[in-house]
Structure formats: structure tokens, C-alpha cells
Design a binder for this molecule. Structure first.
Ligand code: C5P
Length: 316
């Protein structure tokens, strides 16, 4: 599974194309409105995605087969075989473009596994962009997003990045008009992940038993807040229908949310299906201070600062 990483490959010495390095961000959902369960097992979503500056990096080199190695978050836990979304993405692109799926891929992960930050989806998006460049298949971003939709609901967004509205099961994305402002976030990473399907099932169970909170309304207030520069206004508009489910599955997250707000965050929410919590800070200095307080309070494995929006999967 962990074949040796050979940086100076014969192909490269001969001047053949490669390596191609792609950086891809994590995402948070500023609004995650979950509708009813559909017949295909997915829920209808009304969400606003936001790409933040925590990155995975995928390097693609020429090879005689398709192979994946990795380092960083999740090493030793994440299967590197055909079940891995990176390998599935490479196969999907090769099938679409009619080329052989040959590449040596190396993943440097900083986005935690099963954290609610779409790390696996980000890696799939990176694989599409990297292999497209390595193989010279020259697909447009929209074509890559079309392939991405079959790999996972969040994958198309990570091809584009920025801030975008997601509908359908989340795979239909359109950019959101926003001011050219950077928002400052603190990302509290928990020990261990949460299963996304389990979080959706828990939400269904809470709703069936009448224990769920009222579903989020429209995204209008959030979209308005994104057109101005005051983080206090934005703070009042964030929301996540999966938060109650994540809290029911991991009650300790309530302490993390409380600690962030006590440390001066404008607001905190669970990211996606959790267990990562994200906090909006007034500015970069505040974000640093809140991250340090969260770390010393012992309410998370690690707290990192990030800003957003940032672009999606890009070569370079
Ligand atoms: O699309 P993706 O493979 O990332 O989804 C993982 C799981 O999350 C799905 O199998 C489903 O259980 C749940 N999900 C959902 N509704 C969505 C997106 C995901 O129920 N819109």
C-alpha cells in the first residue's frame, strides 16, 4: 500500500511532463439546509459552500500503473486502494477522456478525515485537476465538475471553490455574488471523525420523533450578509440543519461551541456533518487568539486559523 515515493523519476529526467502539483481547499457550509430524504437515499439540500485556506496537496507523476501514496492526516487509516476517492476520480477521468489511467499520485493531507470539511471530496477534485493536466486531456472546469458530481455531492464545489450555492444533493453549484472580503475563521478539529450518512440518518430520526429544531429558512439573509463587510452581520446568518444530529452523536461538541464563543468568536457552528466546529472571528488577530484559547481549553484536538473564500483545486 505504501510504495516508496521516488521524487526523481526517469520520465522527469527525460523531460516528459510532470510532476503536476495541485492544491485544494477544505470547505465549510455557511448555510446547510437539509430537505426531505429522496428516493435515491440522498437529501435535497439548499446550501452555501465556502472554501477555506486549509489545504491538501496532490502530486501526479507519470507511471506505468495507477498508484497512490500519502502522508499527513489519516495516514495508516485511509485505504489507498480502488475504494479511495482519488483512485476513483482518476479512473472516472480516464474513462471519460479515453486514456489509460496511469499515474503515480501522492497526497499530502492536512484536512482531517471524516471531519465535515469535505477532505475526501477535495482530494477527488484535486485528482481530476491533476490528472487532466498530467494526461493533457484539457477538459474545462465545467466538464470536470460533471465528472465530479458522480464521485460525491461536494466534489463539484471543490473544482470551483470560492463561495457558492449548492442545490440538488449539493452537486449543482452556482457562484454567489459577494464582496471581495476575506472572512477569518477558527477551525476546531476533534479527535476522531463522524460518519456523514450516520449524521443524515440521525437528523431523519430526530425529525421523525419531533426532536429536531425547526429547519433553516431561506439563504436570503446570508446572501445579503456576504455582500457587505461586517463579520457581526454575517455571524447572525450562519446555520446548519445537521448540527443537532452531530451534537446528539457527539455531545462534547456543545462544550467546544461554548468555549469558542466564550473566547470571543462572533459565532460557532458545526461544519457539515461534523465533528469539526468553525468559528467566525472579527479579524485575523482575534482568530489567532481564539485558536490559542481553544487549544489550551482542551476542547479539541487542534485549532487552526483559516480565511475564506479561496479558489478551488488549482495546479501550482
Ligand atoms: O455524496 P456523498 O457520497 O458525499 O454522500 C455521502 C452520504 O451522505 C450519502 O450516501 C448519504 O447518506 C448522505 N447524503 C445525503 N444527502 C446529501 C448528501 C449526502 O443524505 N445531499
Amino acid at each position: 500500500m505504501t510504495e516508496a515515493w521516488r521524487p526523481d523519476d526517469e520520465d522527469e529526467r527525460r523531460g516528459a511532463i510532470g510532476p503536476v502539483k495541485v492544491r485544494v481547499p477544505a470547505k465549510v457550509n455557511l448555510h446547510l439546509g437539509v430537505g426531505p430524504l429522496r428516493r435515491d437515499g440522498y437529501h435535497e439540500l439548499n446550501t452555501v459552500y465556502h472554501a477555506i485556506s486549509i489545504y491538501d496537496e496532490l502530486t501526479a507523476r507519470r507511471g506505468d500503473t495507477l498508484a497512490l501514496t500519502m502522508e499527513g492526516e489519516g495516514t495508516g487509516e485511509l485505504a489507498l486502494d480502488d475504494s479511495n476517492l482519488v483512485i476513483r476520480a482518476a479512473h472516472a477521468l480516464a474513462g471519460y477522456a479515453g486514456v489509460l489511467p496511469h499515474a503515480r499520485l501522492h497526497l499530502r493531507k492536512q484536512i482531517p478525515l471524516a471531519g465535515g470539511l469535505a477532505g475526501g471530496s477535495a482530494d477527488a477534485a484535486a485528482a481530476l485537476v491533476a490528472c487532466d493536466a498530467l494526461w493533457g486531456t484539457g477538459l474545462s472546469r465545467d466538464e470536470l465538475a460533471g465528472i465530479a458530481a458522480d464521485l460525491g455531492s461536494d466534489v463539484p464545489f471543490l473544482i470551483y471553490g470560492g463561495t457558492a450555492l449548492g442545490t440538488g444533493r449539493g452537486e449543482a453549484v452556482s457562484p454567489v455574488l459577494a464582496r471581495a472580503t476575506s472572512w477569518h475563521w477558527v477551525v476546531a478539529i476533534a479527535d476522531g471523525g463522524l460518519s456523514t450518512p450516520a449524521a443524515y440518518r440521525e437528523l431523519d430520526r430526530l425529525r421523525d420523533s419531533g426532536a429536531a429544531g425547526a429547519p433553516l429558512g431561506s439563504t436570503d439573509a446570508l446572501l445579503g450578509a456576504l455582500r457587505q463587510r461586517d463579520p457581526r452581520v454575517l455571524a447572525g446568518t450562519l446555520g446548519n440543519d445537521l448540527q443537532d444530529a452531530a451534537l446528539a452523536m457527539r455531545p462534547a461538541l456543545a462544550d467546544t461551541l461554548k468555549a469558542g464563543e466564550a473566547a470571543g468568536a462572533l459565532t460557532g457552528i458545526v461544519s457539515g456533518s461534523g465533528p469539526t466546529c468553525v468559528f467566525l472571528a472579527a479579524d485575523a488577530a482575534d482568530a489567532e487568539r481564539i485558536a490559542a484559547e481553544l487549544t489550551s481549553a482542551g476542547v479539541c484536538r487542534e485549532a487552526r486559523v483559516a480565511h475564506g473564500p479561496v479558489v478551488g483545486a488549482r495546479v501550482g
